[in-house]
Design a protein around this ligand. Structure first.
Ligand code: NAG
Ligand code: NAG
Length: 234
């Protein structure tokens, strides 16, 4: 009965299916078939070559992450993370890949950088894949997701710690009402700034992706202009 409900739910929303399948398999303790995403041998292999995402997650989900503060999360080539109020912005087009059960990597399609959180809770765009690029993806009410660092969190210390496992606090990806990221340790699961709606690409986004892949000049002009901005500031 429960299984039927879970299955029905996971088919309602196509964007949930990729993430839902391994979770479901884990929940039901289905043994992992050889060569599948859940196969730990494969994970080790792929990790050594830095190709974790493609191998583990299959095809990435192309999405924009729309924060409840009305900003689209952007991953910039200069290493910066922030939000855009624009509906169409190249650096908000993302590839989300399951790298483990319930764990995702989020890559900017145009910047080729990964969303990452460092040990001080700052978000940055990493040009290589590492453990700071792994986030726990959770589904919440109204279709919003949260993304918490897999690596860093607030571990309670002192007297209260023993009997309150719940005092441990996750550090969430978060874009505040000014379009700027909040430090992980200041975030809460319930804040608007930590809630993201994964949106599928619209026609305009698809057109930008097509141009980016087929038109070298277009690609260079986007990446060059963002480099120039960075140089001017320093
Ligand atoms: C986001 O960062 C980019 C790149 O550094 C910058 O050009 C843009 O103005 C920033 N936007 C906001 C809303 O802060
Ligand atoms: C972008 O920069 C590269 C190297 O700096 C240069 O060769 C190329 O012509 C530039 N492209 C555009 C469209 O500005």
């Amino acid at each position: 009965m429960l299984i039927t409900v879970i299955l029905a739910l996971s088919f309602l929303d196509p964007s949930r299916q990729e993430a839902g399948a391994p979770r479901l398999a884990a929940a039901l303790k289905v043994p992992c078939p050889r060569g599948q995403a859940c196969d730990p041998r494969l994970r080790r292999d792929a990790g050594g070559r830095g190709g974790v995402y493609e191998h583990l997650g299959g095809a990435p989900r192309r999405r924009k992450l729309y924060c409840a503060t009305k900003y689209h999360l952007q991953i910039h080539p200069n290493g910066k993370i922030n939000g855009s109020l624009e509906k169409t912005s190249v650096f908000s087009i993302l590839e989300i890949t399951a790298v483990d059960v319930g764990i995702v990597a989020i890559k900017g399609l145009f910047s080729s950088r990964y969303l990452a959180m460092n040990k001080r809770g700052r978000l940055y765009a990493s040009d290589s894949y590492n453990a700071e690029c792994e986030f726990v993806e959770r589904i919440h009410e109204l279709g919003y997701n949260t993304y918490a660092s897999r690596l860093y969190r607030t571990i309670p210390s002192g007297a209260g710690a023993k009997h309150k496992a719940s005092a441990e606090r996750l550090w969430y990806v978060s874009i505040n009402g000014k379009g700027r990221p909040r430090r992980g340790f200041k975030t809460r699961r319930t804040q608007k700034s930590s809630l993201f709606l994964p949106r599928v690409l619209d026609n305009k986004d698809h057109e930008l992706v097509r141009l980016f892949h087929t038109n070298v000049r277009y690609r260079e002009s986007i990446l060059n202009s963002s480099n120039r901005r960075r140089k001017r500031r320093h």
